[in-house]
Ligand binder design. Structure first.
Ligand code: GYE
Length: 310
């Protein structure tokens, strides 16, 4: 009887765990890389990944989570497009005893409603970007325009806060325009065009973009306006995607703050420990935020990232 039981338990534990992944969409190169790496990590670990692309709409994410609960998956990964409106669907997952792991963004819900959150300190990222600009301009007057991420998302809220923390007390730096570009290149280009028109005749010293894709779109707009991005207008952003390193190498951008796209590694590690032995992880598993500038061999950084699925 014992042998038979051991064989059955062995078979059950060897059975692939099924994980539902509610992904925001593919709005940026960074997001595409996160999806690529999540699929690779699941493959390597023998996890059956069920993927849903929400096209950046919260209602699609909520529907996907409900579907995963109905399927009886063993865990859910959620990259929450915005920070609010998750309580009821997370409660449904909790009632079904399905652990939820948040990736790269946070939610306002109680942390009892998710196993852990894997991501960066988004406020600190904004502070790193702001401090770079403070150091770069010294005492010079600097009128700043800001391309914000998706309205209501935790990165848009926190990266705005962090940047303002860093420039506080430096009265020569002033944010004169701020608008969402929704984390996309198209959004960054279109909003930067409107900034340039609205500020024609006034000097714009710097652009702070909440992600590299909006900065890359803005660079196109600045070039089309006959100005020199990286020179006439300093550009600092966040994500460290390969294309921003090409822009930095070419003098079209100045600095980026790294966000690893590998959120799934730590997420699956926590889930495997939880499945194996019920280990409850810390509620926040933090990833690093290194700064890269023109002094950091940008083409080597490009080469290191270009095949990661961005
Ligand atoms: O910076 C951006 C993506 O949620 C922190 O989402 C992430 C952000 C990332 O659209 O490229």
């Amino acid at each position: 009887l014992l042998t038979t039981t051991a064989i059955i338990l062995g078979a059950v534990s060897a059975q692939a765990q099924t994980v539902g992944f509610s992904q925001i969409g593919s709005e940026s190169g960074w997001r595409a890389a996160e999806t690529t790496l999540t699929r690779q990590q699941a493959e390597e670990r023998g996890i059956d990944l069920r993927f849903s692309d929400a096209q950046q709409r919260q209602e699609n994410q909520i529907a996907a989570i409900r579907s995963f609960v109905a399927q009886g998956v063993d865990a859910i990964l959620l990259a929450p497009v915005v920070a609010t409106g998750w309580d009821s669907v997370l409660e449904e997952a909790a009632e079904a005893e399905i652990p939820v792991v948040l990736l790269d963004r946070r939610v306002d819900s109680s942390d009892d409603l998710y196993l852990t959150a894997v991501g960066s300190d988004l406020v600190h990222e904004g502070e790193v970007a702001g401090q770079w600009l403070v150091d770069e301009v010294g005492d010079e007057e600097c009128r700043i325009v800001e391309l914000e991420g998706t309205t209501g998302s935790s990165p848009a809220i926190d990266r705005a806060t962090g940047f303002r923390n860093a420039i506080e007390g430096h009265d020569n730096l002033e944010i004169v325009r701020s608008q969402t570009g929704d984390f996309t290149r198209t959004g960054g280009k279109e909003v930067m065009e409107s900034f340039l028109q609205a500020e024609s005749g006034n000097e714009i010293c710097a652009l702070y973009a909440h992600n590299d894709d909006m900065a890359l779109g803005a660079i196109q707009a600045i070039n089309e306006a006959g100005m020199d991005p990286g020179e006439d207008i300093l550009i600092v952003s966040i994500d460290a995607v390969p294309d921003i390193f090409q822009a930095i190498a070419g003098g079209d951008a100045n600095a980026t703050v790294e966000l690893t796209p590998n959120m799934a590694g730590p997420a699956f590690d926590a889930l495997e420990a939880y499945w194996e032995s019920g280990t409850e992880p810390e509620k926040f598993i933090q990833t690093d935020s290194a700064l890269y500038t023109q002094d950091d061999d940008p083409m080597a950084e490009y080469e290191a990232r270009k095949d990661l699925g961005y």
